[in-house]
Design a protein around this ligand. Sequence first.
Ligand code: UDP
Length: 233
Amino acid sequence: MAYTKRFDGRGFEEIRKMSAEVGIISRAKGSARFQIGDTIAIAAVHGPRELHPRFLRKPDKGVLRCDYDMVSFSVSERKRPGSSRRSMEISHVTGKSIEPVLDLSKYPNTVIDVFITIPQANAGTRCAGICAASLALADAGIPMKDLVVAISVGKAGDKVVMDLTKEEEDHAEGATDIPVAMTPRNGEYTLLQLDGDISKDELKEALVLAKKGCDEIYTLMQKTLRDSFKEKK
Ligand code: UDP
């Protein structure tokens, strides 16, 4: 099916409107909010602090523990509260996507907790969560080699598109969702998932789009952090 005009009127390579802020939760060591379209992610960082129970401790490095949770009222059809296979999977891949920028050997026997909450969801929540988590870790003053930036690209109808909405995921024929996270400075991927079908050439095209999207988000994230450091001075 030819997908000629996006449901929300955006260009095929256009990201939804974004905003970001850090230091939004006073009791957390670091915190951030990242919004992309109607999708909002809030992240709070606690630690590094002693890990309990003791048997979970690693004497040579700290443990990064990510916890992703979508609240019940975040989606139109009430989501059952609490953990699910989906939230466990997203928590796991979020941690894996962020770990490469941290030097956990600096924090033996400790844990760095990152709590990600989605108060409002319209697709792309794991990517928004990764951006928020990355900002919150930087806000917490945890040394990082780079920020981890994430965007979902994919296919709607016959088009390769940037930043799919839930409507596109559900109603565009043959929709394919590809969440991508990367460290823009060295261009390495730290997350690449794929839900749906796509040809090799289309995947290449989608990854070019993901790089473009991540660069745009990176600019916003860097500006957000720079502005907050200026305010703290
Ligand atoms: N969603 C929903 N109910 C759920 C889980 C997900 O309505 O229990 C919606 C929500 O808008 C989410 C989207 O489906 O953003 C896509 O979910 P997916 O599991 O693909 O992860 P995401 O794209 O949010 O990273």
